[in-house]
Design a protein around this ligand. Structure first.
Ligand code: RUB
Length: 306
């Protein structure tokens, strides 16, 4: 199995997961393809295109994956007239620059998000977002005394990853089952909710781990700020063109084994859509914006593709 096939498999099986991590890992896999044997530049671009197609089909919901792959293919197209060696070197630097930019975006969001946190805040988060974890760690580093409530995030329990990471960083952490969100928001006096994103649509709707929209409903009802933290690589240009985001349906065995409920149809959607009206703000590397500004950001970011 080639390195790229292995990466595609790891994304599919969620060994590699989280929208930003998926995008960066996919770019690294394409970067490896550049060192494959090839007759000429055209042949190498063909390999990148085939590899990109495989990577894109590994998981359907997080737009960061196709955005990252499309970026690599766009740069490849722009450099198609270079000799094979020049092409390789130009592509290596462009891809590495892009990866570094993503890592810097994460850091910037960490700083912006931490500014929104006050000492004494009780913060609730759902699933496991590196972006949210970066914000919470930064707030803690700044000496703010925070407490974080993590949901389990059934069925894959990514909330446990968040809880483990934050608690071992020294942040007081509480784990709750997903269905305890409303009660515990009141009981623990949650001040703010921070979640990540897999895709942000042009109308400001946010797609994130299944259960996010329920958390948003509870936050709205209790007048708690609901904040999305996301790199701009997760904004969907396709949504401007009317494409709907495909919500990944994963294997029912992740929920329960077939043997336990043989006559029951089990469904396992992995993501849901939080309506923009439930979102108080979105933090990107460009700063804080209302969800309604998503269209504008997409316009600025993807001008060349319109
Ligand atoms: C992960 C998930 C995360 C976003 C953002 O889902 O929904 O909230 O991907 O994460 P899964 P990040 O575990 O199914 O990949 O901020 O790390 O990009």
């Amino acid at each position: 199995m080639s390195k790229l096939d292995k990466t595609a498999r790891d994304i599919k099986t969620m060994r590699v997961r989280g929208a930003l991590n998926i995008a960066i890992t996919a770019l690294k896999a394409l970067d490896d393809v550049l060192d494959d044997e090839a007759r000429d530049t055209k042949a190498l671009i063909r390999k990148l295109e085939l590899g990109g197609k495989k990577l894109k089909s590994a998981r359907p919901t997080a737009v960061s994956l196709p955005n990252a792959v499309n970026y690599a293919l766009l740069v490849a197209k722009e450099n198609r007239l270079l000799s094979l060696e020049e092409f390789r070197s130009e592509m290596h630097s462009s891809l590495n620059r892009f990866i570094i930019e993503q890592e810097k975006s994460l850091e910037k969001i960490g700083a912006i998000g931490a500014n929104l946190i006050e000492s004494g805040d009780v913060i609730l988060t759902h699933c496991n977002s590196d972006t949210v974890v970066t914000i919470l760690k930064k707030a803690h580093d700044e000496g703010k005394k925070i407490k974080v409530v993590c949901t389990e995030s059934r069925p894959r329990y990514q909330g446990l990853i968040t809880a483990k990471e934050l608690s071992s960083y020294g942040i007081p952490t509480i784990l709750i089952v997903d269905s305890a969100v409303h009660l515990m928001m009141k009981k623990l006096k949650v001040d703010k909710v921070f979640v990540g994103a897999d895709t942000v649509c042009s109308d400001g709707d946010v797609i994130n781990k299944i259960g996010t929209s329920q958390v948003a409903l509870c936050a709205k009802e209790l007048d708690i700020d609901f904040i999305v933290a996301t790199e701009s690589i997760k904004f969907s240009f396709e949504s401007v063109m009317g494409s709907l985001v495909l919500i990944e349906e994963r294997d029912p065995s992740e929920v329960i084994s077939k043997a336990k409920l043989p006559k029951v149809k089990v469904m396992n959607p992995a993501f849901d859509v939080t309506d923009s009206s439930y979102i108080d703000m979105i933090i990107t590397e460009h700063g804080i914006m209302p969800p309604q500004a998503a269209y504008q950001l997409i316009g600025e970011k993807f001008r060349s593709r319109a």
